[in-house]
Write a protein that binds this ligand. Structure first.
Ligand SMILES: *Cc1c(COP(=O)(O)O)cnc(C)c1O
Length: 496
């Protein structure tokens, strides 16, 4: 299996090299040059496998260089101690042929664990396979969920250090504490004075800084990202869509003759792109519902073919979807354009220079399998209340956005898989609002109230957070981000 850049398909690399590099030299994203196809006989065979076995099989198709180490890597990543059960994801059938795919049973209570528990193994095994002895300094800008998931995933991984930057005023109290109290010695957390875009811009500048790259190289290290533009984060996400399909068949929620819809709460377009990759592999998906909040640039894009950044940024109840530049959309564009790298590069340049682009006519029809829908905060809150009243099932605000899309765009008789990306306990104040209960200024009170209301225990990791020791409490200016990274590199003692 080879990978090419969305902006230059002539040069290809293997999967290990794509994971190590993160982005290609001209700034494009790595994509597989072909999608492995599975047929009915394959699905019947795969249906016998556990999640861990399935993950190792599917990922071996994409990363054959790692096929020998994948079984143990997947077993470590999705260990029952981390996900609370042998199968790391769970499905729940609801009325109206709706099935929820719960992806938040990992250590940080959000779906990013599904990729970030495995990605460190993929990175270190790729370095071994490539006989690349360098150490990695992972840099990540986060508005919450990615940061903690990266800290968890990379904790105590030999040869890797992690630096997470988050906007001091742009994350919730629970995610802030989750990061600021993270104990592992190879992890570093920086609050940045600014919003998420400022933070992300600061991190991008660090990646583009030749002096820092030279400093890293001089110390036998390199800078790498845990953001979802790395193919090593995307591939593990394809697995749960295959697993969900096999479970739908196994439980009788779907027949082999049927196709189904998938509704995905979308921010950076990674999760829904993984669903589309699964469809390319043969999972019978008839529609992909791209669900957005008030930052509905993707809804507009799928309605008009025009991606237009001239708009205000809104802070919403679903903060992990408060994104205007959905980086992974570039990977879909490349496919919609029938792998025309020059046009893809041109559209991305238009976006960078003029803050907008329009899809050529020929690509528009291919995008037809996607439908966009957005829900504002009021609709999100109402959906949380409605789903709880109708189903006795409590959902977080991100998941509620996907429910809104599924219910607003009904298709008679078609089964729908609704992707649930966070535990309701991660966003307790918003969930209480949806359930018609007052929220307190203290998030831990809210967590307790929610637990009583829905009759579910407080997840252990959150209960422990209340008394955890704060390790990082300094706020850095944007200008100080660079020197913080330079310090980390200078103090490196190398691999022991
Ligand atoms: C990251 C995140 C999303 C958005 O996922 P993308 O892959 O960026 O589209 C949705 N919900 C939650 C809870 C998240 O953490």
């Amino acid at each position: 299996m080879r990978y090419c850049s969305t902006r230059d398909r002539g040069q290809t690399v293997n999967g290990c090299q794509a994971i190590i590099r993160g982005v290609s030299a001209e700034g494009g994203l790595f994509v597989p040059t072909a999608f492995p196809r599975l047929d009915r006989a394959d699905f019947r065979r795969l249906a016998e496998l556990s999640y861990v076995e399935l993950a190792a099989e599917i990922l071996s198709l994409y990363l054959p260089e790692l096929s020998e180490v994948l079984p143990s890597a997947c077993a470590q990543a999705y260990a029952p101690e981390k996900f609370g059960a042998v199968q790391p994801v769970r499905l729940r059938n609801l009325g109206g042929r709706r099935t929820v795919l719960e992806l938040w049973h990992g250590p940080t209570l959000a779906f990013k664990d599904m990729a970030l528990q495995l990605m460190p193994h993929l990175l270190t095994r790729s370095l071994e396979a490539e006989r690349d002895g360098r150490d990695a300094l992972i840099l990540t800008a986060t508005s919450g969920d990615t940061g903690k998931a990266a800290l968890e995933g990379f904790s105590d991984v030999p040869g890797v250090e992690v630096a997470v930057f988050y906007p001091a005023r742009g994350v919730g109290e629970v995610p802030r504490l989750q990061m600021a109290t993270h104990p592992a010695r190879n992890t570093h957390v920086f609050a940045v004075d600014g919003n998420f875009d400022d933070t992300q811009t600061g991190v991008k500048r660090i990646f583009a800084d030749p002096e820092l790259a030279a400093l890293a190289a001089g110390r036998g290290a390199f800078l790498s990202s845990a953001n979802s533009i790395n193919i090593g984060r995307l591939l593990p996400q394809v697995v749960y869509y295959l697993y969900a399909y096999l479970e739908l068949l196994r439980t009788g929620a779907l027949t082999e003759e049927e196709a189904f819809r998938i509704a995905v709460p979308t921010g950076n377009f990674g999760n829904i792109l993984a669903a589309w990759y699964a469809a390319r592999m043969g999972v019978p998906v008839c529609r992909l519902l791209c669900a957005s909040n008030q930052n509905h640039i993707l809804t507009d894009f799928f309605a008009t073919g025009r991606y237009d950044l001239h708009r205000d940024f809104h802070k919403t109840l679903s903060p992990s979807m408060d994104i205007l530049i959905s980086s992974n959309l570039e990977r879909l564009l490349f496919e919609l354009l029938d792998r025309d790298d020059a046009t893809c590069a041109d559209l991305m340049a238009q976006l960078a220079d003029g803050r907008q682009y329009s899809l050529p006519e020929r690509a528009l029809s291919v995008a037809g399998r996607f439908s966009g829908h957005w829900a504002g905060d009021a609709e999100t809150t109402a959906t949380i209340g409605r789903v709880f009243a109708q189903e006795g099932y409590c959902i977080d605000p991100h998941t509620a956005v996907a429910f809104s899309a599924a219910d607003a765009l009904p298709e008679q008789g078609v089964a729908t898989l609704i992707v649930s990306t966070a535990s309701p306990f991660k966003f307790p104040a918003a969930v209480l609002g949806g359930l018609g209960l007052p929220a307190s200024a203290d998030e831990f009170d809210n967590i307790d109230r929610l637990s009583r209301k829905i009759g579910a225990p407080v997840p252990q990791s959150l209960a422990a957070l209340r008394h955890a020791v704060i390790r990082f409490d300094q706020v850095y200016t944007q200008g100080q981000m660079r020197s913080a990274v330079a310090d980390l590199l200078s103090h490196r003692t190398g691999r022991s």
